[in-house]
Design a protein around this ligand. Structure first.
Ligand code: GLU
Length: 314
């Protein structure tokens, strides 16, 4: 199958330079391979998504020249597809209703960014309920659905991080595939969508590395072919924390609105990716410079001073 990559942001905030770097690298990887690049809107967490953020992020990508080849895919419009996948898992007894009220059930629509977001391991409280118990509990509460994980290590070779293994059963336990408000979880939706759109290469931040073994178990259970994974180390702030929570000068929309030339931002992103020295650069030139070995394997620290100089900010 020919190369198909994607960028799958959640419109829950403005894209920052770290997100832009992931989008750029995924796009370059696809273009350099003569492949296609798709944009998927991960908007399952309705309470946190805003149309303004979607509008901003599309303009940001257009500003940088990061085009996509097919109409946008909105996860919020794909409930029937996720239900169908859930039904398939149910027929094979790979999911069960869970009546626990836990904060993690509520959080399941968002991608877990980093280990601390995963919450405690699920102890399997609802894993062996009898059908009488299930009917009884269903009278007063709508259940979430959990995937029955398989014990043993799930291992794979990440294109950037090398071999990675996790015993999902021991580390995470049975995880949510549908929340109790009926919304598919991030883990289920990402697998169903990447498979449905024939994605062959997933490049994303390495805060999702530890989600990959769960996703691989879902691929196997749904008899779908998994893509290759490339987890890029994140762009960190000077305090060593990931850029994700930062705003202000790090937000692309703000740099765009200031009238900054896109080539300056591309120059900085190229420097963070081993593809340049920070001087302004055109996207076409980056396509020429890109080679897969250049993909970054260590975190980058975004120093305030470098940003100010590279971007020409006052
Ligand atoms: N929507 C997820 C996020 O905002 C990314 C999911 C993925 O790339 O697998 O981080």
């Amino acid at each position: 199958m020919s190369f198909r990559g994607r960028f799958a942001p959640s419109p829950t905030g403005r894209l920052h330079l770290g997100n832009a770097r992931s989008a750029l690298l995924g796009w370059l990887q696809a273009r350099a391979a003569g492949g296609q690049f798709l944009l998927r809107v991960e908007d399952l967490d309705r309470a946190r998504c805003r149309p303004q953020y979607l509008d901003d992020l599309m303009r940001d990508l257009e500003w940088l020249g990061l085009t996509w080849d097919e109409p946008l895919l909105f996860q919020s419009a794909r409930d029937a597809v996720y239900r169908d996948a859930l039904a398939r898992l149910e027929r094979e007894d790979r999911v069960y209703p869970c009546f626990c009220t836990r904060a993690e059930i509520a959080r399941a629509a968002s991608a877990p960014h980093g280990l601390s977001d995963e919450g405690p391991r699920y102890p399997g409280t609802c894993a062996r309920l009898s059908s009488a118990e299930i009917s009884e509990r269903s009278r007063t509460r709508t259940p979430a659905y959990r995937f029955r994980t398989q014990p043993g290590e799930v291992s794979f070779v990440d294109g950037l991080q090398g071999p990675y293994a996790q015993d999902v059963e021991a580390a995470v336990g049975d995880f949510v595939v549908r929340r109790n408000d009926g919304v598919a979880s991030y883990q289920l939706a990402v697998v169903v969508d990447d498979a449905a759109t024939d994605i062959t290469h997933v490049l994303r931040g390495d805060d999702l590395l530890s989600s990959t073994p769960r996703q691989l178990q879902l691929y196997a259970a749904l008899k779908l072919t998994a893509p290759e994974f490339f987890h890029v180390p994140l762009v960190l702030g000077e305090d060593g924390k990931r850029l994700a929570k930062r705003e202000g000068a790090f937000a692309l929309a703000e740099l765009r609105e200031r009238g900054l030339p896109a080539e300056r931002v591309l120059g900085l992103l190229a420097a963070w990716s081993g593809l340049g020295d920070g001087t302004p650069v055109a996207l076409a030139e980056l396509v020429r410079r890109f080679h897969p070995e250049a993909l970054p394997r260590t975190p980058v620290v975004a120093r305030e001073q470098t940003l100010v100089t590279a971007l020409g900010l006052e």
